[in-house]
Ligand binder design. Structure first.
Ligand SMILES: [Fe+2]
Length: 278
C-alpha cells in the first residue's frame, strides 16, 4: 500500500504559507478531511497547491465508524467529492465512536471490543468503502478507560476489523504507547498481532505525562521511547508511509520536517540492518 510515499507531516494552518510558496522539503502531507469539506476559500486553494506538489492523504475525525447512529450519507457524499477532486494517496479515519442519538462528543471515544461491535463496524466499513469507491484505513486511538464486557484485546479487534471488512490499518505508534502505559500491556504485543499486509500508514506524535496517565496531546516532539517503538514497527512492517502529527503549540515548519527526517533515518537504519543480515 503506497510504500513509496516516504515521510510526511500533518499540514496545519500555520504552515499554509510554506505550501503556497512551495518552499517545503517533506515527502507528503496529511490534512484533516473535515477542514476541506467547503465550497471554496483559502483552505481549498492551499490543498490544491499541496496536491500539485506532493502526495496528500485525507484523514477524517468525524466518521464515527463505531457509532450505532445511522451512517451519514451527506458526510460520505461530501467526502467522496473531496476524494474525486483531489485523488488522495490515502483516506483514513479512526476506529472509535463519537456520536450518539445525533449528538457529537467531538472526541475519539474507545469501543467495547466484542463480537457484536465487530459485526456492526465491519458492515459500516463495507458500506463506507462502497460509497467512497475505495479502501480506507482505520487508526487505533489512544484511550483512558476500557469496557468490562470487552471479550478481546484491542489489537485482536483491530486486526479482525481489517481482515473481515477488507480495510487497511493506520497504526498510530504513539497511541499504542499511550494506551499500553494507561492499560498496563506490552506495546510489542500490539505490533505482533497486526497483519503486516494491512498496515498502510504509521502516525507518530508527542504526548504528555500527567502522572497518573499519559495523555495524547500532540503538542510536543515524539519521545525517545516512542521512537524505540517506531523502530520495532519498522522491523515488523517494513517500509510504511510515516507521518508526524503536531496539533497544539505547533512549531516552525523546519522542526516538523526534522521530526519526519528522524523517522526516515530510523527506517533506513533498520532496513539497512535487515538487508545486511539477510
Ligand atoms: Fe494519529
Amino acid at each position: 500500500m503506497n510504500a513509496s510515499l516516504g515521510h510526511g507531516i500533518g499540514l496545519r494552518t500555520p504552515h499554509y504559507p510554506t505550501v503556497l510558496e512551495g518552499a517545503f522539503d517533506v515527502d507528503w502531507f496529511e490534512v484533516i478531511s473535515e477542514n476541506f469539506m467547503l465550497r471554496g476559500g483559502r483552505p481549498l486553494a492551499v490543498l490544491e497547491k499541496a496536491c500539485e506538489q506532493a502526495p496528500v492523504a485525507l484523514h477524517g475525525v468525524s466518521m464515527s465508524i463505531g457509532s450505532t447512529d445511522p451512517v451519514r450519507h451527506d458526510y460520505l457524499r461530501d467526502l467522496r467529492s473531496l476524494i474525486d477532486r483531489f485523488d488522495p494517496a490515502i483516506v483514513s479515519d479512526h476506529l472509535c465512536w463519537g456520536s450518539v442519538g445525533g449528538h457529537y462528543a467531538h472526541d475519539l471515544l474507545p469501543l467495547p471490543y466484542t463480537e457484536e461491535a465487530l459485526r456492526l463496524i465491519v458492515a459500516r466499513v463495507e458500506l463506507v468503502q462502497e460509497r467512497l469507491g475505495r479502501r480506507i484505513l482505520l487508526e487505533n486511538v489512544s484511550s483512558y478507560l476500557t469496557f468490562e464486557h470487552s471479550t478481546m484485546p484491542e489489537w485482536e479487534f483491530l486486526a479482525a476489523i481489517a481482515e473481515r471488512a477488507d480495510c487497511g490499518i493506520l497504526l498510530d505508534v504513539n497511541n499504542v504507547f499511550v494506551s499500553a502505559h494507561n492499560h498496563h500491556f506490552d506495546p510489542s504485543w500490539y505490533l505482533a498481532a497486526l497483519p503486516a499486509a494491512r498496515v498502510g500508514q504509521i502516525h507518530l506524535a508527542g504526548h504528555s505525562n500527567r502522572g497518573t496517565h499519559l495523555l495524547d496531546t500532540h503538542d510536543g516532539p515524539v519521545i525517545d521511547a516512542v521512537w524505540g517503538l517506531y523502530r520495532e514497527a519498522v522491523e515488523r512492517f517494513g517500509r510504511v508511509p510515516t507521518l508526524v502529527e503536531w496539533d497544539d503549540s505547533i512549531p516552525p515548519f523546519d522542526q516538523l520536517r526534522d521530526e519526519a527526517e528522524r523517522a526516515r533515518c530510523i527506517e533506513s537504519e533498520v532496513l539497512d540492518g535487515i538487508t545486511r543480515t539477510a
